[in-house]
Write a protein that binds this ligand. Structure first.
Ligand SMILES: [Zn+2]
Ligand SMILES: [Zn+2]
Length: 179
């Protein structure tokens, strides 16, 4: 920050025009903040710079590359940036997945509508995805409105086929017919 440097990483490589654009926008942002807050930041020669790094070799790992760049940059392992291996990519992907899965247990025990824990509250289960919803007006009222006496409760996500059994079947069918 004191050197006025902005490090820019693009997994596919950084183009000079892209870097100039970021530089201009950053200067504009600084100006806007100064005006809006009535402050003056110490004058700096801001510049956008990049560091040589391994280029992305596939079409789906851009986010994973960015995480690795950030980790190496912040832990000052800049010399490792040029030797990112497929193993490292896989490890980072696994660690991201593990982090996300940490929350899975909470989600499965929560009401899908309000996000609150079910605990000892009264609840109703969706007939399709089997997930629980509080038996409270906020959580199921809209869905109950369209329910006949003999119908079983089905949540709205399942009604629009967000990714229930039908959708999975369709994806498999699509893959088979387009293979
Ligand atoms: Zn709820
Ligand atoms: Zn459902």
């Amino acid at each position: 920050m004191k050197e006025g440097k902005i490090f820019f990483y693009n997994p596919c490589g950084e183009r000079p025009t892209e870097m100039k654009k970021i530089e201009r926008r950053w200067m504009k942002y600084i100006e806007d903040v100064e005006v809006a807050c009535g402050v003056q930041f110490p004058l700096r020669n801001w510049s956008v710079t990049n560091i040589a790094h391994t280029r992305q070799r596939d079409s789906f790992n851009c986010g994973i590359y960015c995480l690795i760049f950030a980790e190496k940059h912040l832990t000052n392992k800049l010399s490792d940036l040029q030797s990112i291996t497929d193993n490292e990519l896989q490890e980072m992907r696994r660690s991201v997945a593990e982090h996300i899965m940490l929350y899975e247990v909470y989600l499965t025990e929560c009401c899908l509508k309000c996000g609150g824990q079910i605990g000892n509250d009264e609840f109703v289960t969706c007939k399709t995805c089997r997930r629980p919803f509080h038996f409270l007006s906020f959580c199921i009222e809209e869905d109950l409105k369209t329910l006949n006496d003999s119908d079983e409760f089905e949540c709205r996500l399942c009604k629009i086929d967000w990714g229930g059994p039908q959708k999975i079947k369709f994806v498999l069918f699509f893959k088979e017919t387009h293979a």
